[in-house]
Design a protein around this ligand. Sequence first.
Ligand SMILES: [Zn+2]
Length: 69
Amino acid sequence: MTDIDASKKELPQKCALCEKKAVRAFRPFCSKRCKDIDLGNWFTGKYVIVGDEEHEKQVEGEVIPLKNE
Ligand SMILES: [Zn+2]
């Protein structure tokens, strides 16, 4: 079952950090600020360290999406 594709695609998504309405450009976050904070969590070792943004794109398939709902 792929319930994260068609069904949720157009629904407003909550920010993964502050639970405000997420913005498409920054999803799953509401703003660049929340996205940066989350990225900071990666750097501080809260999540799996993946390196810089460029490297993150290269290992995109290995990164586990934050889907803690
Ligand atoms: Zn937010």
